[in-house]
Design a protein around this ligand. Sequence first.
Ligand SMILES: [Zn+2]
Length: 253
Amino acid sequence: MMPDIFLYITAFLFGTAVGSFLNVCIYRIPRNVSIITPSSRCPSCNIPIKPWDNMPIVSYIFLGGKCRICKARISFRYPLVEFLNAVLYVLVLWKFGFAWHTIVYFLFCSALIVISFIDLDFQIIPDRITLAAIPIGLVVGSFLLPDPFLRYSLLGYKTSIIGFFVAIALLSRGGMGGGDIKMMAMVGSFMGWKAVLLTTFLGSFIGAVFGIFLMIFKGKGRKTKIPFGPFLALGTLITLFYGQEIFYWYFNR
Ligand SMILES: [Zn+2]
């Protein structure tokens, strides 16, 4: 089993490295700053971070969660995002095996992380991610992904996505924002209409449970704005890893 363990460790390390880049995306995309240049800087003192202070997770621990220069606290979110991304990469490897399509699922999971944290911060889901991902999902998801549950004909995708847009626009006034709808279109482009239904159900259910929890235990009013993107992302991940099993269980009881 040694080669397997080696693969999983590699996936984890690769996940933390990509996660480090995701932190840059989460910070810069909603602020409309280039994600390529300049190099990473401390948000407090604006001094460029040295490569050895910019290693995923490890540097945070060695620096005690503080900037080396100005000693300002570094948000715990940075190592958290790196760790989350790494765990998802391990799960993708476990679920889909080691093949070229693994990369597609890596990218898809990373996009969900970036969307979730930007939505938490700014209550927006950037078009730069969802609209860019839809054509990739259409092509890759329709023809190349091996999973029969996730793969549908291109025609099926197109009709389901357009149908979904129209249905939501007609049915929902408020509630889901425009960004959420484009995010579901992105999910549909990668995983088909079944996944969109299940994801919407799971995301709404988890979001509702969380909302009730906030009302009861934190005394928040019904008007409290809760970003929906993270819940949809959670629903998407459950669908990605267990959607087929959930559908099978539901229709074969
Ligand atoms: Zn600093």
